[in-house]
Design a protein around this ligand. Sequence first.
Ligand SMILES: Cc1cc2nc3c(=O)[nH]c(=O)nc-3n(C[C@H](O)[C@H](O)[C@H](O)COP(=O)(O)OP(=O)(O)OC[C@H]3O[C@@H](n4cnc5c(N)ncnc54)[C@H](O)[C@@H]3O)c2cc1C
Length: 465
Amino acid sequence: MPYKKIGKEDIQFLKSIVGQTQVIEKNDIEVDFSHDELQTITAFPDLHIFAHDKSQIQAIMTYANQEKIAVTVRGSGTGLVGACVPVEGGILLDTSKMNQIIELDHVNMTLRVEPGVLLMDIAEYVEKEGLFYAPDPGEKSATIGGNIATNAGGMRAVKYGVTRDWVRGLEVVLANGELVSFGGKVVKNSSGYSLKDLIIGSEGTLGIIVEASLKLIPLPKETMSLLIPFDNRTLAIDAVPKIINGHALPTAVEFLEKASLKFSEEFLGKKIPHADYEAYLLVSYDGSTKASVSYDIEAVSDLCLNQLGAIDIYLVDTAERKESVWSARGAFLEAIKASTTLIDECDVVIPRANITEYLDFTHQLSQELEIRIPYFGHAGDGNLHIYFCKDDLSDQAWEEKTQIGFKKMYDKAFEFGGKVSGEHGIGFAKKQYLIDQVGKTQIDIMKGIKQTFDPNLILNPNKVI
Ligand SMILES: Cc1cc2nc3c(=O)[nH]c(=O)nc-3n(C[C@H](O)[C@H](O)[C@H](O)COP(=O)(O)OP(=O)(O)OC[C@H]3O[C@@H](n4cnc5c(N)ncnc54)[C@H](O)[C@@H]3O)c2cc1C
C-alpha cells in the first residue's frame, strides 16, 4: 500500500494542530522512538508528534486520512513485538502527554483516564482511595492505552482476568477522525456486537483510544505469598491444577526455576533466599481479612507438603522477603536480556495440562539447535515467556536458528490448542505465526474488519494481519 510521502505543507499543517514544538522532524527523532523494548524491529517515522487531547488526534486523523499518511500510535514503547514501530514511516503519534486521570466515580466504581496515564499511576491513585484495578502487567511504566491496545495480562490473571475484563468503556478516534464511544460505565451490555472488545487487543490498527473507563473493586486488604520449592519442574507444574482446583482461587501462580533465579541474582546483585532448589511455585492469595487469607495459606501449604511433593514452604511475609522474591520475579525479562547480546521471545499460551510436555520440548529444541533458551511462566494461566538468546552467534546463524526454532515452538503449541500470544500481542514480529494458527478464513474475517474501520489502511499499517 503506497502512503503519501510527508512534505513541507503537511508538516506546517500538523504543526498548526499541535504546536511548533510538538512535531519532531525525521533528522531530530531520537533513536529510542525507532524501536520498542525488544529492539528486534526498527524503523524511524517521518514525524514524531505529541498529542495533548482528543480534538488534536481527531484533527490529525482527519488530515492523515485525506492525505493517506500512515499513522502509528505509541504509548510508552514497552511492547515486545514491534507493534508501536512505524514500519511504513509516516506519523508516530505519541499519547504519552495525554496523561490525566479524569474522574473517579465512587458510585459506579469506575475510573476515567486518558490513554497516556501510566499503569503505576493508576494503581497508586486508586489504592489511596481503598480501590483496586487488578490487571498487573509486569512493566508498570506502560500506558493504559498500550495495555488496552494489547489486552495486556499479568500475574493476577488467574483470579482477576486480563485488561479486557476491566474495561467498561472506550472513546476512540477512528481512522477518519470521527470520535465514537463504545461501552460506558454500565456493568452489563448486550447491545449488538461488542465493538469495545474488538478495539481491546487491536494494537492500534482499528482506532486510537483517547479515553477509557476502567472497572474498580474494593482493595483486598490482605495479600500473602508462598515460595514453594520442588525437586524438579514436573512436580512443581503438576501441582498447579491441584492448587487451583483446591479450596480457594489463588491470585497468582508463577513458575520459577533455579536457572532463572540465578539470572535475577546476578542482574540484581543480591542473593535471593532459598534459591538453591531446582523448581518453585510462587503462589499468592488475597482477601478481605487476615484470617481468611491465613486459612487459604494453611490449606495450600498442607496440600503441597502432604500430597504434592513440595520440599518445604517459605512464607513471603516480611517486607524484606516480599521485596527480595517479587523483585527477583519481576526482573526475569531484564535479567535474561542483560545475560546476552540479543533476545527474541515466544509468548505462547497453552492449556495448563500441557505445560510440562511443552517445556520438555523446549529443552530438547535448545539442545538440538545449540542455542540457549531460558524461560519463566505464569503457570496458573499457561502463558509462558520463552527467550532465544543470541550470545555469540553470527547474525546469519541467529536468523536461521530463530526461524527454525520459533516455527517449531509455535507448531508444538498449536498441537496442544495453544495460541501465539497470551499477552504481548502479534505486532509485526509474530504475524506469520498468527496466520499459521488461525488460518485463512479467520485472517479474511479480520481483514474485513480492518477494512471497515480503516478503509485507507493508514492505522498502524503492516501489523497483526
Ligand atoms: C519488563 C517488561 C515486562 C512486561 N510484562 C508484561 C506483562 O506482564 N504482561 C503484558 O501483557 N505485557 C508485558 N510487557 C509488554 C508491554 O509492557 C505491554 O505490551 C504494554 O501493554 C505496552 O504498553 P505501552 O504503553 O508501552 O505500549 P506501546 O509499546 O507503545 O504500544 C503497544 C501497542 O499498543 C498500541 N497503542 C498504544 N497506545 C494506544 C492508543 N492510545 N490507542 C490505540 N493503540 C495504542 C501501539 O500502536 C502498539 O500497537 C512487558 C514489557 C516489559 C519490558
